[in-house]
Design a protein around this ligand. Structure first.
Ligand code: 2BA
Length: 109
């Protein structure tokens, strides 16, 4: 068995969970926060047999869109003049960041 961990944007979560449930996958949704943007995203975990991993990834691919986000430039850790002027930075986020890991043991008690 494998565990698919997918970090997706909040906007895509509803459709993604609906699609996974419709295809009979068990899903858990966790509220998470990205380290770079420091804003909310969603982590979806799906326990699945090895043969079904590609099906799960295909559903994620078809429901999660890539979007642009604007954030403020991070302050430098060192600078000589002592003046820091923040500026806007545009980053591309998503569709999804996916990890697939082995499950050593799975039990439902
Ligand atoms: P964030 O850390 O908030 O990152 C949001 C987006 O900012 C990233 O989109 C990427 O385009 C950009 N970004 C991240 N770090 C950057 C940096 N040091 N310099 C410039 N741009 C940077 P995605 O790559 O689509 O990632 C979306 C979210 O997935 C991330 O939110 C984070 O929560 C998660 N993630 C991405 N890679 C990960 C990893 N290797 N391990 C754990 N979580 C990860």
């Amino acid at each position: 068995m494998k565990l698919v961990i997918a970090i997706v944007q909040d906007e895509d979560t509803g459709r993604l969970v609906d699609e996974l449930m419709k295809n009979k996958f068990g899903v858990t949704k966790l509220a998470s926060t990205g380290g770079f943007l420091k804003s909310g995203n969603t982590t979806i975990i799906v326990g699945v047999e090895k043969e079904k991993i590609d099906d799960v990834i295909e559903i994620i691919r078809s429901t999660c869109k890539s979007r642009k986000r604007v954030t403020t430039s991070p302050a430098p850790t060192t600078w000589s003049s002592g003046v820091y002027t923040p500026y806007s930075v545009e980053v591309q986020v998503g569709g999804a960041t996916i990890f697939v890991v082995d499950v050593d043991k799975y039990e439902k008690l």
